[in-house]
Design a protein. Structure first.
Length: 131
């Protein structure tokens, strides 16, 4: 931004110097010289305005590009975070289901072992009673 300001300032200083030289070296009458200088300065002012507008437009476009890039990156990060969260939740559910299945199987085994021991003890007791 500072470089563009320096360019515009240099342009205006150059225009003023050109106008001063034009007055000193002009072979035309004073009125024609003043009209020419006024026209030249107006052209320079218009050129400076055009340059400033182009610069402002360029800055606006640059700002829009930076904003769009940042927005895209943030959306990507948020999307990745959501995907990671879903993966983590699914993994946790899967592990919880595995633990529940293992606990159920362990419990069923314990119940079956207890039933078998109880049946064996009852059978032994029944045998003792009949003998």
């Amino acid at each position: 931004m500072k470089d563009q300001t320096k360019i515009i300032a240099a342009l205006l200083v150059g225009a003023a110097a050109g106008a001063a030289l034009g007055l000193l070296l002009a072979p035309e009458s004073g009125e024609n010289t003043r009209d020419g200088i006024a026209e030249y300065i107006n052209e320079l002012i218009d050129a400076a305005k055009d340059k400033a507008q182009a610069t402002a437009s360029g800055v606006k476009d640059y700002g829009n590009n930076v904003y769009n890039n940042a927005k895209s990156r943030v959306n990507d990060i948020v999307g990745n975070a959501q995907d990671n969260a879903e993966d983590t939740i699914n993994n946790a559910r899967s592990k919880a289901n595995d633990i529940a299945d293992n606990a159920k199987a362990y419990g069923e085994d314990a119940v079956n072992n207890a039933k078998a021991k109880a049946k064996s003890n009852i059978d032994d007791l029944h045998t003792i009673i009949h003998n």
